[in-house]
Design a binder for this molecule. Sequence first.
Ligand code: UDP
Ligand code: MG
Length: 333
Amino acid sequence: MEQTMLSARPDPVGIEAAAPILSLIVPVKDEEEAIALFVARVAPVLDALRDPAGGAVGWEILFIDDGSQDATLAAICAAHRADGRIRALSLSRNFGKEAALSAGLDHARGAAVVPIDVDMQDPPEVIGAMLEKWRQGHDVVYGVRRNRLSDSLPKRMTADLYYRAHNWLSMDKIPEHAGDFRLLDRKVVDVIKVMPERNRFMKGLFAWGGFRQTAVEYDRVERKVGETKFNYWKLWTLAIDGITSASTVPLRVWSYLGGAIALAGILFAVFVIARTVLFGSDVAGYPSLMVAILFFGGLQLLSLGILGEYVGRILVEVKHRPIYIVRERIGDL
Ligand code: UDP
Ligand code: MG
């Protein structure tokens, strides 16, 4: 009885019928000028996509308003009124891009999901190539920046350093110079959705999932409007999040380092004792004493600090707070 009532339920918006093939998820923070430009640029590209039979590809754009303080939400609402395929979640405050992406993955309906930046640094034309690879059977098609000329030299160098450090320390290798711009098959999205951690370093989660991954290259252009939301401090925090969530090497290294230093200490003690027995004691030794105290003091503080980084993250995880809070939904979500 209940079944028939359910199926008889009028479905004016056609949610069941209209589950799209392709979902774009677009985290936005204070991007009021970018929204309309983004839609004007991306919608025609998506409309021009064809499936192998020559039919149009059903799509949706899902904005995640990550606690914007400006008129971003109004711009999104206007876009939604003009085109119902544009929908949005507005979060209760700024949760950060990683959390916003999680919100997007949780609410996207597409068989393929593509996170993309609103500033048009990720050219939407690449999505066609991604779909092509997806149809050939790849589950993750990540975009690799052919060049990073749009980034400043220090940014390029620190990014390079980070990818190296991450991949050296972690078993789950993240592809170098691949951002969040990538196509994810539904089964990958479903795996990421059930990953319970609060610390959402998305690139790490994508890599951990495995599946059949491949790359498409693209040129990353400069931001069209607005300005970057990531300063070096935020990037540094993101880097620590990435490494601590993917690797325990920084914790384990102290056992080996401690072991090596203890061994050296024992050898030195033997030497000092033998020398004292053979030649007697001279009072000198202040410099070596001072060096040893400062060196070991610094080393201990450093190792404690690294321990603290992990303990702090354990605290965040056990609190089990939600990753994001939805304040408002625009469109049926
Ligand atoms: N973003 C977000 N929440 C934040 C910071 C950024 O949703 O706390 C969005 C931002 O609006 C943009 C995307 O993440 O769509 C990438 O940000 P940005 O272009 O500033 O990063 P960059 O390209 O400089 O690395
Ligand atoms: Mg950008």
